[in-house]
Design a protein around this ligand. Structure first.
Ligand code: S3P
Length: 428
């Protein structure tokens, strides 16, 4: 239980946030499939990414970590070994979905399991296309849920039009394609985060991107390639919103990833009237990096829907909190994917913000939030969901009353130093 009382919630100062979670996972995975030694800097040492490290260590890859620097020494795909024990994926959906694509094409047997939350999350979105490629996968409800067993085999390439707006599914299929003779193609209706495409290119894969259609040549070897991980915009989002809605705030977040498939939070902040300036300054491994400066301002409601949703999918909890402080009614639509995250994030956001005094209601594919409301204290819980925990911590800055947060430990999944950074910004 953490008691959150911040007498002056005003934020000021300059910070950088830890490395991007999606990119950190991919760096470990692709380096493990590549021949040579890869150095990863600004790696996110959150619990999810450590699950990915453990999975590849179990397959014999030499991985050494010193805080946020990781060295991965691999002999390429052919150097991987069969793990002797079941692989624990913890809370990490990204590890689960991407890894399944890789393991399905390796000549070994694997058993995968996760924590209580991951065990409830749907895996058929990835096991179905993999089975179409010939993968031998079984699990609860015909491979819909973990624990799952995979008997790796030779797959056949696929031309897959994905029904999901999911980068994890796209990436899992592309990774299976990477290890399969022939050309595998994935086409999406809406472009999702493209870190897999960018980073595979950097490791030497033959991958072609034509709008929302991505093709990869199978069995083309990867070569080690050093990776600098940009700051995670999904972590930065909590402070960007906090500085916008808390009067008298002004902060700068340095070296944040600004990949356009991830930066929808900046569009939403601008749409709602935030005082925000973005200084793009460099490109690393196909990823744009820059600094973001934000000052508090009055904000208005917005309708948030359509193609922007995949670009803000992990930021919707903190956007919902922002909407409680905006004049007017904010409507979030087309976000049914939120129901399949670490928690059902439509229900967990609505019940949590209601308990803190917000006027918010759930819809099938989003939520409706009436602002501006004065929030109050309460006893809350994260439901074991890191982004709900951080949303509650930011909400506590809006009231002088005591907000108690049960099970705050889950924040370490994506942002182990969240409370240190919050304390730094508050005490400046
Ligand atoms: C991720 C993709 C998204 C996102 C998750 C990370 C990734 O999930 O919510 O936090 O690294 O590819 P979906 O693919 O389920 O949309």
């Amino acid at each position: 239980m953490k008691v959150l009382t911040y007498p002056s919630g005003k934020l000021s100062g300059v910070i950088s946030v830890p490395g991007d979670k999606s990119i950190s996972h991919r760096a470990i995975m692709f380096a493990s499939l590549a021949s040579g030694t890869t150095k990863v800097t600004n790696f996110l040492a959150g619990e999810d990414c450590l699950s990915t490290i453990d999975a590849f260590k179990a397959m014999g890859v030499e991985i050494t970590r010193n805080n946020d620097s990781v060295q991965i020494k691999s002999n390429g795909v052919n150097g991987l070994k069969e793990p002797l024990e079941p692989i624990n994926l913890g809370n990490s959906g990204t590890t689960a979905r991407l890894l399944m694509g890789i393991l399905s094409a390796l000549p070994f047997h694997f058993t995968l399991f996760g924590d209580a939350s991951l065990t409830k999350r749907p895996m058929d979105r990835i096991t179905n296309p993999l089975k179409k490629m010939g993968a031998i996968i079984d699990g609860r409800e015909d491979g819909k849920y973990l624990p799952i067993a995979i008997r790796g085999t030779n797959l056949k390439p696929i031309d897959y039009h994905t029904p999901m707006k999911s980068a994890q599914v796209k990436s899992g299929v592309l990774l299976a394609g990477l290890l399969t003779d022939g050309v595998t193609t994935v086409t999406e209706d809406t472009k999702t985060r493209d870190h897999t495409e960018n980073m595979l290119k950097a490791f030497g894969a033959k991958i072609n991107v034509d709008g929302t259609k991505i093709s990869i040549d199978g069995n083309h070897p990867l070569h080690a390639c050093d990776i600098e991980v940009p700051g995670d915009i999904s972590s930065a989002a909590f402070f960007l919103v906090a500085a916008t809605i808390i009067e008298g705030s002004e902060i700068t977040i340095k070296d944040v990833g600004l990949n356009p498939t991830r930066s929808g939070i900046i569009d939403v902040l601008q749409l709602m009237g935030a005082n925000i300036r973005v200084e793009e300054n460099r490109q690393v491994g196909g990823e744009l990096i820059g600094d973001i400066v934000v000052k508090s301002s009055n904000i208005q409601s917005a309708v948030i829907e359509g193609d922007i949703i995949p670009r803000i999918i992990d930021e919707i909890p903190i956007i919902a909190l922002m909407a409680t402080q905006a004049e007017g009614t904010t409507i979030i639509k087309d976000a049914e994917e939120l129901r399949f995250k670490e928690t059902d994030r439509i229900d967990s956001v609505v019940s949590t913000l209601s308990a803190l005094g917000a006027s918010i209601e759930a819809t099938a594919d989003g939520m409706i939030i009436k602002g501006k409301t004065k929030l109050h204290g309460n006893i809350t819980k994260s439901f074991g969901d890191h982004r709900i925990g951080m949303m509650i911590a930011i909400a506590s800055l809006l009231t002088d009353e005591k907000v108690e947060l049960e099970d705050e430990a889950c924040i370490a999944v994506s942002y182990p130093t969240f409370f240190n950074d919050l304390d730094r910004l508050i005490s400046n």
